[in-house]
Design a protein around this ligand. Structure first.
Ligand code: MUC
Ligand code: MG
Length: 375
């Protein structure tokens, strides 16, 4: 029997609570802080891979919560992986596929940790393990979500001035629709042609409201409308896609790679938000990107507001893509006031710069991790 030098020895899932710079208001939840799940995957060759599974607002966004992610990693994923060869990522992920349904967030943490470990083992960045990067940095949007029009305009102006962001996404849908539209139009008027202004409705409208609202948004210079109606109303998404003057982006509609295929087949959206957590990891999200590319659908690099680990894991996948027509929103670490890695990701001149270091290129700061982990 051949020696398995990279046998997986342990998986440790750690819940981390971090403060945010301000409340972040979404249609279904207002974030007062952010909770990350950090995965440490230790191998017999002394290599440790790290991954992250992070969602928004407990169970208010998706099917997995930080608590369920940790329990499922500990009880269901770990026994499947311990003793397996960490250097064979295909074999490890296929072993999970055979037993585990859904749970793409937890799966993404595992796939990220395996890629990080393999990168460290071979001395290569994750982007190179994924076939090679075609760029070193990504344009990053910022979300204006203070809940206050004047504060949002001031924040947008500050970001333009600091050359940090020139694409802004507004989170609407929680309020009365006419008020929301007035909020968006006021921000677009203030920022004008200096910025791309987009909205994310997080499924809050019904089809009738969306038919009218999308027209008004498009007529007022809004560049992109993200997930205006429920992921369950596929017919409505197809109809809206035919009537809206501004392009519609699918976000919640994609909970797995198969959803992406079905949306593409139905002609439900001309733009897809790519999220590693909703597809099952950096490799899985590239399968959704391939479906989109084959269907002529534009790509956008999305986020679940992950910390540095999930953000750079996403970035390593996105920098391998030929074209991100709608850029990215990989700003998660900038929403947090504290870091749990030694060298935070670098944001400069509207871009996130992706390090050429082995793995995802991050080292956990043990002292900070100990301080912010949930006991
Ligand atoms: C979402 O729905 O896209 C991404 C950016 C942000 O502010 O919220 C998220 C989630
Ligand atoms: Mg969204």
């Amino acid at each position: 029997i051949e020696m398995n030098h990279a046998a997986i020895e342990s998986l440790e899932a750690i819940i981390v609570d971090l403060p945010t710079i301000r409340p972040h208001k979404l249609a279904m939840h207002t974030m007062q802080n952010q909770t990350l799940v950090i995965l440490r995957l230790r191998c017999a060759d002394g290599i440790e891979g790290i991954g992250e599974a992070t969602t928004i607002g407990g169970l208010s966004y998706g099917n997995e919560s930080p608590d369920s992610i940790k329990v499922n990693l500990d009880r269901h994923f770990a026994p499947l992986l311990i003793g397996q060869d960490a250097s064979n990522i295909n074999a490890c992920m296929q072993r999970i596929d055979r037993v585990v349904k859904g749970n793409t967030f937890a799966r993404s943490a595992v796939e990220t940790a395996l890629l990080d470990a393999q990168g460290k083992r071979l001395g290569l960045p994750v982007s190179e393990i994924l076939g090679g990067r075609v760029r070193d940095s990504l344009e990053v949007a910022w979300t204006l979500a203070s809940g206050d029009t004047r504060k949002d305009i001031a924040e947008g102006e500050q970001m333009l001035e600091a050359r940090r962001h020139r694409i802004f996404k507004l989170k609407i849908g929680a309020g009365e629709v006419n008020k929301d539209l007035a909020h968006v139009i006021a921000i677009k008027r203030a920022l004008g042609e200096r910025a791309s202004v987009r909205v994310d409705v997080n499924q809050a409208w019904d089809e009738a409201v969306a038919l009218r609202a999308c027209r008004i948004l498009g007529d007022n210079g809004i560049d992109l409308i993200e997930q205006p109606i429920s992921r369950h109303n596929r017919g409505g998404q197809v109809r809206l896609n035919q009537s809206s003057p501004a392009p519609i982006m699918a976000d919640e509609s994609i909970e797995c790679v198969e959803d992406a295929f079905n949306l593409a087949r139905d002609g439900a959206a001309p733009v897809f938000a790519l999220k590693i957590a909703k597809n099952g990891g950096p490799r899985a999200v590239l399968r959704t990107a391939s479906i989109a590319e084959a269907a002529g659908i534009g790509l956008y690099g999305g986020t679940m507001l992950e910390g540095s680990v999930g953000t750079l894991a996403s970035a390593h996948a996105f920098i391998t893509l030929n074209k991100l027509a709608w850029d990215t929103e990989l700003f998660g670490p900038l929403l947090l006031t504290e870091e749990i890695v030694t060298e935070p990701p670098l944001y400069r001149d509207f871009q996130l710069h992706v390090p050429r270091l082995p793995g995802i290129g991050l080292t956990l700061d043990e002292e900070r991790l100990a301080r912010f982990r949930r006991s």
